[in-house]
Design a protein around this ligand. Structure first.
Ligand SMILES: [Zn+2]
Length: 249
């Protein structure tokens, strides 16, 4: 008597295919569509709003973290002149960028929305003028590529979609906190850091013939910085890899 072979159930394959498809769609949305949507939103934000966000961020940081700079006025003026010269070399309008000096107790520099770049006294005290220029160029690169807004919008969209997906409205708190951090303890993506490094290196090579001041600034900071959540290196990890990448240029 012939045996009847029961047909194999197709369900395990269908479920596996569905899981793979959802995972692939999720990866594609996260790696490609979401960044593009965020960049499109960032590009459509008017400069006046950008400016207002930057001013409010600086006010918040002044209220919570910063105190007035104690760098002598003459030194501040020299750094400001050097900053203006960098902008001029790149044919950027000096009115689009504002340099701010603050005391934080840690070496740090970061770009706020609207063209404000903050440098701390400790950073100035630890770096030679050319090394400071290199770090300023890195921060000008973040501003030029609008990294802060793009990062915050990407993060907001990501968390809000997670909140909607899992019904966890508490995640919205994280979004608001993230958006208000505004650079002080911000970890940009590796892509943004490379873009800012490349921007600085290109400018240094074009105008000084070498990007060695950026490399030496990174080395200097990595030798001297204690681990602190508000220091520049804590927001700029993978220094060895970055130095290696820059040295290959
Ligand atoms: Zn950076």
């Amino acid at each position: 008597m012939p045996t009847l072979q029961s047909p194999r159930s197709p369900w395990p394959l269908i479920i596996l295919a569905t899981v793979l498809l959802v995972a692939l769609a999720g990866y594609k949305i996260h790696s490609s569509l979401l960044p593009r949507a965020a960049d499109w939103i960032a590009d459509s934000i008017p400069d006046s709003v950008r400016q207002a966000i930057g001013e409010r961020s600086l006010q918040t940081l002044d209220d919570t973290h910063f105190s007035a700079s104690e760098i002598p006025l003459q030194r501040q003026q020299a750094i400001q002149a050097s900053f203006n010269a960098l902008l001029q070399e790149m044919e950027f309008g000096a009115e689009d960028y504002q340099l701010q000096f603050r005391r934080l107790g840690q070496p740090n520099a970061f770009a706020l929305a609207g063209g404000t770049i903050v440098i701390t006294d400790t950073l100035i005290e630890q770096l030679q003028p050319q090394q400071l220029d290199a770090i300023l160029l890195h921060e000008i690169g973040h501003t030029h590529h609008d990294h802060l807004l793009k990062h915050n919008i990407r993060t907001s969209i990501y968390y809000l979609s997670m909140a909607l997906l899992f019904g966890d409205i508490n995640v919205v708190d994280d979004v608001l906190v993230e958006a208000s951090v505004t650079g002080l303890s911000l970890n940009y993506s590796r892509q943004f850091e490379r873009q800012a490094d490349d921007f600085a290196a290109r400018a240094l090579i074009r105008h000084r013939g070498t990007a060695s001041s950026l490399i030496s600034a990174l080395k200097r900071l990595s030798q001297s910085e204690p681990s602190n959540p508000v220091s520049w290196l804590s927001t700029h990890p993978e220094v060895a890899e970055r130095i290696e990448r820059l040295a290959e240029r």
